[in-house]
Every structure is written in C-alpha cells, then in structure tokens.
Design a protein. Structure first.
Length: 155
C-alpha cells in the first residue's frame, strides 16, 4: 500500500483511493523468499470480514515488472476481484498467495511498511490497529531491515 515502495517497482503507479474487499481476511502467511511471512487475503464466510486497501492505477506496460517483483508464478497468482469504493464497485487485481505457512510471521520492517501504507492512505483507525497488533519477528539481516524501514520515514 505504501506509495513510495510501489513507485520504486512501478514508476507510473498513482493511488486512486481506498477500497474494501468484503468476504476476505488478511493473513501474514505467504512464504517469502527471505523466510518471513508476507500479506495475503483469504476468502472467508465469516460475517463482517473485510480487507481494507488502496487502489492504484498504472501503465499496463509496467504490470509484468510488478508481477516479477511480487513473485507471480513463484508464490503469488493474479486474481480479479470486485472492490467496494465510495464511488461504487471497481474491478481490480490482487496477488493471492500460492505458498503459505500458518506459522510464519512478518519481519518488523515489512509490518512497518504495511502499517505506514495504511496510515498514508487514511485506512480506518481500528483496521490500522489490527495491522499494528500482528506479531512480527526480527530480520537477521540488519542492512535489509535498515533499507526497508527507511521507506516508512515520512519526509
């Protein structure tokens, strides 16, 4: 969700606004190449479950680069979904995890990036609090931690 991070991968990315994906729940169980958990949205039949997020537009020519960065074919697959926005439903794509492990936890820097993106776009306070409450672990690579945590610093 963090604009700076997405723009590093897709320079044309521009936020359109926020949206809600009903009937889904956020999990941090996608197996990352670094051994930590990454975000995934999972369908659920539980009433009231929804994932809040940010809709972006980008040049179609840049999507293959984003697919590579996100790991399409190696951990994620692309799926079309309908997202509720204040202007009505919008068709969007998301990345759904194909390799998960319920015991995984995100690194602190990854969780910080997700939380910073949620704050940046004004997602509901209670939703941000749930993101902040996710258990996270230390990254043994201090340089990687510093590089990624720098993205969360508001300039």
């Amino acid at each position: 969700m963090l604009w700076r991070r997405l723009q590093a991968r897709v320079p044309s990315a521009r936020p359109l606004g926020t949206g809600i994906l009903h009937g889904h729940r956020l999990h941090w169980h996608k197996s990352g190449h670094d051994g930590s958990g990454k975000c995934d949205v999972v369908p659920t039949v539980e009433p009231g479950h929804a994932v809040h997020g940010v809709l972006y537009e980008m040049l179609a020519a840049e999507k293959p680069a984003l697919d590579r960065a996100e790991g399409v074919g190696a951990g994620y697959e692309v799926e079309q979904v309908d997202v509720e926005t204040r202007d009505g439903p919008v068709s969007a794509f998301l990345y759904r995890a194909t390799h998960t492990d319920p015991d995984l936890r995100p690194y602190h820097w990854y969780k910080a990036i997700v939380v910073a993106g949620a704050r940046e776009h004004g997602l509901p306070t209670d939703y941000v609090a749930r993101l902040e409450a996710a258990l996270a672990i230390d990254d043994p690579d201090a340089a990687r931690h510093a590089e990624h945590i720098a993205l969360t610093i508001v300039r």
